[in-house]
Design a protein around this ligand. Structure first.
Ligand SMILES: Nc1ncnc2c1ncn2[C@@H]1O[C@H](COP(=O)(O)OP(=O)(O)O)[C@@H](O)[C@H]1O
Ligand SMILES: [Mg+2]
Length: 314
């Protein structure tokens, strides 16, 4: 079985210490020309959360802030107890009102174009060049924050900067969450599939996202971050699998090479690859038994259709 990383259980958590620690990490890895300020209020109520996930949220927001500043500027991370909040969640669009613990990351960067504001939380949406942005950062932030019953407020002025405010329920309120588990990511196809998928991607954020997507559709997923591990699964006759879904470009072993291997071991196994350069692959892949090559970033709707066509009927 595949472990869910270091993900733990939500527990009562005082954010100030965690924020201080995470900021230290960011400070040591960001260029010195990026200043990180901290404004942590005293006596902020605790929240119910897994510290590892909150750290992921914070670091993703800080990395985006850094990327938006072209090398120099100021990031301000703040924590406070906010009363009588009124706003609307930038990712799920629901009204946000009442009493919250607010963890905010503000920057002095480029800001967000108004026409992008609606889309920034979508999986794979990125304005960064090929190979620079995965578009998964804010999709992950959306997932984590909503799983905790929280929301994200965003305000931005083009040319001035952006501010992301993660709004979490104070512990007393969070102990009786209206819905404990995952609100779906925005814009994902809803459907049912059945079968076992061997999923291979060397980028952990993408691997995680793809696994959750497949599991949401009802699939059993064997996820490998290392293509060599996937090869071992393919070579083990005791391992059951209905479809191989893999990234093309990975260290050690490409998707096409993995497909060729799969073909020798399991002639009937359908193989689906995704790649940033799918055009070049389309010519060579069919010979390796690849039934479809998808463009990266993967369009979840298209992925659903391809899987539905090649998996045994649900
Ligand atoms: N602090 C910010 N300032 C300006 N734009 C931002 C900021 N944070 C996010 N964005 C925009 O949202 C997009 C999606 O962010 P994200 O999901 O983290 O993906 P990625 O960082 O890989 O592009 C970014 O490409 C960028 O256009
Ligand atoms: Mg990002």
């Amino acid at each position: 079985t595949f472990s869910r990383g270091q993900r733990g259980e939500p527990r009562p958590l005082a954010l100030a210490a965690l924020v201080r620690e995470s900021i230290g990490l960011a400070r040591s890895s960001f260029p010195a020309s990026v200043e990180i300020r901290c404004a942590l209020a005293e006596r902020v109520p605790a929240v119910m959360a897994d510290p590892v996930l909150i750290e992921q949220v914070l670091l993703n927001l800080c990395i985006n802030a850094r990327d938006a500043m072209n090398g120099s500027g100021t990031i301000t991370v703040s924590l406070r107890h906010a009363w009588a909040v009124r706003g609307s969640c930038c990712s799920c669009r629901q009204p946000v009102a009442g009493d919250f613990v607010e963890l905010a990351v503000a920057d002095t960067g480029s800001g967000i174009a108004p026409e992008h504001l609606d889309r920034i939380f979508e999986p794979f949406f990125s304005t960064k060049g090929v190979g620079r942005g995965s578009g998964m950062g804010l999709a992950m932030v959306h997932g984590i924050v909503h799983e905790l019953g929280g929301h994200v407020l965003v305000d931005s002025e083009v040319g001035q900067g952006a501010r992301f405010r993660v709004m979490l329920r104070p512990l007393a309120a969070a102990l009786t969450p209206a819905n404990g588990l995952a609100a779906a990511a925005p814009g994902l196809p809803v459907g049912r599939l059945a079968g076992r998928v061997l999923l291979v991607d060397d980028e952990p954020a993408v691997l995680d996202f793809m696994r959750e997507l497949l599991e949401r559709w009802g699939l059993t997923v064997r996820a490998c971050a290392d293509p060599a591990a996937a090869r071992a699964v393919l070579e083990d006759p005791a391992e059951d699998c209905d479809l191989l879904l893999s990234d093309q470009t990975m260290p050690g072993l490409t998707g096409v090479e993995l497909a060729g291997l799969a073909r020798r071991q399991r002639a009937a196994l359908p193989v689906v690859l995704y790649s940033g350069y799918s055009g070049a692959l389309a010519a060579t892949a069919p010979a390796a038994g690849v039934v479809a090559v998808l463009d990266k970033p993967v369009d979840p709707q298209r992925l659903f259709e391809v899987l539905a066509a090649h998996l045994p009927a649900a």
